[in-house]
Design a protein. Structure first.
Length: 344
C-alpha cells in the first residue's frame, strides 16, 4: 500500500489569548513544505480526523488551571488526532495503519512510534478513538463509576447531556440501573436523550429564565438527586444543588458555561455549599488524564458494547482543516450533538 505524498504541510498556530469566545482571529494558518525525513522508529502521519474538545479552552486560560502554565503561544494547537501512516521507518507500524496520537491541529506529523496507539478498524469506526473509545469515553466511564458510584434505582442528573461525555454518562448510568435526567439545550436534543439514549427525562434549560424555575422542574420530575454529573456549571448547577439528597455525589467534569470569559475572572463563588453540609454530600473533580493508565480496562468493558451496537455514539463531523477554529467556537454555542470532530 502506498499514499501519494501531499507536499503541503498546514498547521493552525495559536497566536493570541482569547478573553471570550475563541475563533480564527486567535490563530494563524501556517503552510510549509512537508519534510519527509524519518529517523529510526519514526513514522510520517497524515491526519484524517482531528478532535475538538472543551479542555482546549481551559488550557488557554491566562491563570493556572490543572496545568501550571497556559497553552504556549506561537505553537501548534494541541489536540488528539486519528491519522494514517504514510511513511514508516519502524517495524511496529506499516504504511496504511491507523493510529491515535496527540499530534495537534496539523495535517501531517513526524512521530516516534512510542507516542502512538494503533487502532483496529475492525472493532469500530476509527473516529471512535476520539470519542466513545477515547478520552470522552474514559472520562464518562471512570467519572461516573469511580466518583459518581451510581446504584440501581438512584437518580442521576447529567448536565451537558447531549455532548460527547454527557451522552455516554446517560447510557452508562442506565446500565447501572439508575433513573436518569438529562439537561440539554433545545427540544431536539431533549427528544434525542429520551427517545434514542433512553434517558427517563430530559429538560431544555433554554426554556427557563432562572435557576429557581429550572430547579422546580427538576424537583417535580425526580423528587431529588443522588448523583449529579456536571459538565456545564452556571445556572444548571445552581438549579441542582438545592435538590441533592443525603450522601449525594457531585462529579465536576466540566464548567463549559464559564470557559468563554469566566476562567480568568470567574463568577462569584463557590456558592450553595451549605447544601453540601446539610446532606453530607461529596463533590469531586475528575480529569481524563487521571485514568489514562486504565484505558485498557475501560476498553475491555465498553468496546464490546460498541461493537455489538449497544451504545449510541453520535458524531458531529465538520469537513475541512480550515474549519478547526470555527469548530472549537461551536462547542460553546451548542451547535453540535455527541462528539465534535473535524474531518481532514
Amino acid at each position: 500500500m502506498s499514499f501519494p505524498l501531499d507536499t503541503l504541510h498546514r498547521q493552525w498556530i495559536y497566536r493570541q489569548h482569547p478573553t471570550g469566545l475563541v475563533g480564527a482571529e486567535h490563530y494563524v494558518l501556517q503552510e510549509q513544505r512537508l519534510d519527509t525525513t524519518l529517523d529510526r522508529d519514526e513514522v510520517l502521519l497524515a491526519a484524517r480526523y482531528i478532535s475538538v474538545d472543551p479542555y482546549m479552552r481551559i488550557n488557554q486560560s491566562a491563570k493556572p488551571t490543572y496545568n501550571p502554565e497556559p497553552h504556549p503561544l506561537n505553537t501548534v494547537q494541541t489536540a488528539g488526532a486519528v491519522a494514517q501512516v504514510i511513511a514508516s521507518n519502524t517495524a511496529g507500524l506499516r504504511i496504511g495503519d491507523w493510529v491515535f496520537g496527540m499530534t495537534g491541529w496539523q495535517t501531517h506529523a513526524r512521530v516516534h512510534v512510542s507516542a502512538l496507539t494503533k487502532i483496529d478498524p475492525a472493532i469500530a469506526p476509527v473516529s471512535t478513538a476520539l470519542g466513545v473509545l477515547g478520552m470522552p469515553g474514559r472520562t464518562a466511564w471512570f467519572g461516573l463509576t469511580e466518583a459518581g458510584k451510581p446504584h440501581a434505582g438512584e437518580i442521576v442528573v447529567v448536565s451537558g447531556a447531549a455532548g460527547a461525555v454527557g451522552s455516554l454518562v446517560v447510557q452508562f448510568a442506565k446500565r447501572h440501573g439508575a433513573r436518569v435526567l438529562g439537561i440539554a439545550g433545545g427540544a431536539a436534543k431533549c427528544a434525542w436523550l429520551t427517545e434514542v439514549l433512553g434517558a427517563d427525562w430530559a429538560i431544555d434549560y433554554k426554556a427557563f429564565d432562572h435557576a429557581d424555575s429550572l430547579s422546580a422542574a427538576i424537583q417535580n420530575l425526580t423528587g431529588g438527586v443522588d448523583v449529579y454529573f456536571d459538565n456545564v456549571g452556571g445556572m444548571a448547577t445552581d438549579a441542582v444543588m438545592p435538590l441533592i439528597k443525603r450522601r449525594a455525589r457531585i462529579v465536576i467534569c466540566g464548567q463549559i458555561s464559564q470557559y468563554s470569559g469566566g476562567l480568568d475572572v470567574p463568577e462569584m463563588g463557590p456558592r450553595l455549599l451549605h447544601h453540601m453540609l446539610y446532606q453530607r454530600a461529596t463533590i469531586q473533580g475528575i480529569l481524563a488524564r487521571d485514568y489514562l493508565h486504565r484505558m485498557d480496562e475501560m476498553l475491555h468493558i465498553v468496546a464490546p458494547w460498541v461493537k455489538a451496537g449497544e451504545l449510541v455514539f453520535e458524531e458531529t463531523v465538520i469537513e475541512g482543516f480550515a474549519q478547526l477554529p470555527k469548530a472549537l467556537n461551536s462547542l460553546f454555542t451548542g451547535e453540535h450533538r455527541g462528539k465534535l470532530i473535524v474531518k481532514i
